[in-house]
Design a protein. Structure first.
Length: 262
């Protein structure tokens, strides 16, 4: 495992791989949260705006703000027609540039493990949410095999590849998320698990899409050609394909919600 950080600078590449996964999980997540309309939202770690767009489309918000550390991701988010009206800015999840109680809902979609000190990130979300509002999040179950590329990463490591690691993978555990929410003083804390599936046209579609992942792309690009060929053959044998050639893959996220006391 590499200690190198995972960088999310390419909004278009993120969209092709994780943006689609995020929307699948995000839709199920919003169905679970079932927020009332006309709420003021902040999407913390909004990335390229995939989840922000869902909030705009599905939640009838009064306003939506998105904030992310990556200038490249923010630039992509601003091009989303479906996120029209959302305000995007660059900033740090552990030092949100908003006033206390500025929002009714603070959301963190597939971000928690990338926050260097998750407790600070959750505390900041609580701070910027008004009494009675909610702090909500979902994150791939990194330790339970829920990440969409768990199988690929395992095969890469077997071939000696060094993969970057998020700084806070423990925070993806359901029990860790609950502890973070309760530790921040949030009440009525609830948790659930979200399972989603994504279908690719064929193996080549899956392969080229998966190579866009920030967590594996650089390592794949640096593999010797012979190892890369072995990896491709191994994954083609491992992934179940329908008679049509289509490949359906699953992923699972842990989700959490809590209310700011009145």
């Amino acid at each position: 495992m590499s200690d190198a950080p995972i960088r999310f600078d390419d909004g278009a590449a993120y969209e092709r791989f994780m943006g689609a996964w995020s929307r699948l999980a995000g839709a199920a997540f919003l169905d679970w949260v079932a927020p009332p309309p006309r709420r003021r939202w902040v999407d913390v770690g909004c990335g390229n705006g995939a989840f922000t767009e869902l909030v705009v489309e599905r939640c009838a918000p009064a306003s939506v703000d998105g904030i992310d550390v990556s200038e490249g991701q923010i630039a992509y988010a601003r091009t989303r027609a479906g996120a029209s009206g959302a305000r995007f800015r660059q900033g740090d999840a552990m030092a949100l540039p908003y006033a206390d109680g500025a929002f009714d809902v603070a959301a963190m979609a597939l971000v928690l493990v990338f926050v260097p000190v998750p407790a600070r990130g959750v505390a900041e979300m609580r701070r910027v949410v008004a009494p009675g509002g909610e702090v909500v999040a979902y994150m791939w179950d990194m330790h339970g095999g829920g990440f969409p590329l768990t199988a690929l990463q395992a095969e890469m490591r077997a071939l000696g590849a060094s993969l970057p690691k998020p700084p806070s993978t423990e925070a993806s555990r359901a029990e860790a998320m609950r502890a973070l929410w309760e530790g921040a003083g949030l009440v009525d804390v609830q948790a659930t698990s979200i399972a989603v599936e994504r279908t690719f046209d064929d193996f080549d579609d899956w392969w080229t899409t998966s190579r866009q992942s920030a967590s594996t792309g650089a390592a794949l690009g640096g593999m010797p050609p012979a190892d890369l060929a072995r990896l491709r053959a191994r994954m083609q044998a491992v992934l179940p394909a329908a008679p049509s050639g289509r490949i359906t893959c699953g992923a699972r996220a842990n989700a959490i919600r809590g209310r700011v006391p009145r």
